[in-house]
Design a protein around this ligand. Structure first.
Ligand SMILES: Nc1ncnc2c1ncn2[C@@H]1O[C@H](COP(=O)(O)OP(=O)(O)OP(=O)(O)O)[C@@H](O)[C@H]1O
Ligand SMILES: [Mg+2]
Length: 279
């Protein structure tokens, strides 16, 4: 029988007037690589913050590795969507990662030797030892993502929450980051939630997809979730087409690819209301 990593049972989460999750239930198993998708504002970031104990529930129950959610859970490594790397501009890559060791999260100070070994261990896992002495400011976007991933691995987490690690990377660097996360996940046998705006860069690495929208969450294989019926529900009843071409999948609304057009996200999210108003 599979071993649960994350269990949500009838979870409702409200932010202000918005019901971001409305009685959502699913189980993610240990060792799964989950692609988290959904339009802007669907709740991808909120879901991750909720698992970190930073967004309280209105209703329902969450268990992570069979325990209740607690803030500061060292079993979780988190790469936030908004990353403040300005502090790192004058640091070497090694010092940038070392900064996180003395943060509040661990609450202990390691000896210099131990700290260096800890940092070098995570740098080795992400294949970035050669970057250790380079100034952070000189590194490319892809190389910085590599270091941010190394930082997430510091506490030897069993669950990685990566919020939009592909943001502002070109296609080549996106592919490198996806391969790297997959390699690390396999090597360490950990569970990964990887949010993104596009499904295609993740298609070949994910076990299942968690698609959020309209307060709902659908978890399943790509074939189960990426269908016009399921996606139409998540996009507030808007008519969605799914086109498969040369191993890629395109989610379309009115002949336009939905992932490429943020304004379509907004439109489809209010589809029911607008439809009612217009009819
Ligand atoms: N503190 C808050 N108070 C009220 N509403 C909030 C708050 N934080 C987020 N929201 C709203 O909750 C919804 C979910 O936001 P969230 O950031 O989780 O979406 P997302 O799926 O990560 O979007 P994106 O793709 O743009 O990153 C949005 O409508 C957002 O405006
Ligand atoms: Mg987000």
């Amino acid at each position: 029988m599979s071993d649960p990593a994350i269990e949500l049972n009838c979870v409702t989460l409200k932010l202000g007037a918005r019901r971001v999750l409305d009685s959502v239930s699913f189980v993610i198993n240990k060792g799964e690589f989950i692609g988290v998708l959904g339009p802007n504002g669907a709740g991808k970031t909120t879901l991750m913050r909720m698992l970190l104990g930073l967004s309280p529930l209105a209703r329902g129950r969450i268990r992570i590795f069979k325990k209740p959610v607690t803030p500061g859970n060292t079993a979780i490594g988190y790469m936030p969507q908004v990353r403040n790397t300005s502090i790192a501009r004058h640091l070497s890559a090694r010092d940038f990662i070392a900064c996180a060791i003395d943060g509040n999260r661990w609450g202990i100070t390691l000896s210099r030797r131990k700290k260096r070994k800890t940092v070098d261990d995570v740098l080795a896992i992400v294949g970035a030892l050669s970057l250790a002495d380079r100034p952070f400011v000189e590194l490319s976007g892809g190389e910085r993502q590599r270091l941010l991933l190394a930082q997430c691995l510091l506490g030897q987490p069993e669950l990685l929450l990566l919020d939009e690690p592909l943001i502002s990377l070109d296609l080549k660097h996106q592919a490198c980051v996806v391969e790297l996360v997959k390699r690390v996940q396999r090597k360490l046998g950990i569970t990964v939630l990887f949010s993104a705006h596009e499904l295609n860069p993740l298609l070949h690495v994910i076990d299942r997809v968690l698609y959020l929208g309209n307060g709902l969450a659908e978890l399943g294989t790509v074939d189960e979730v990426i269908t016009p019926q399921v996606l139409s529900r998540l996009y507030s009843g808007a008519p969605i087409d799914v086109i498969r071409l040369a191993g890629r999948i395109f989610v379309m609304f009115g002949g336009v690819e939905i992932e490429k057009c943020p304004h379509l996200h907004d439109y489809t999210c209010g589809y029911n209301d607008q439809h009612r108003i217009g009819s």
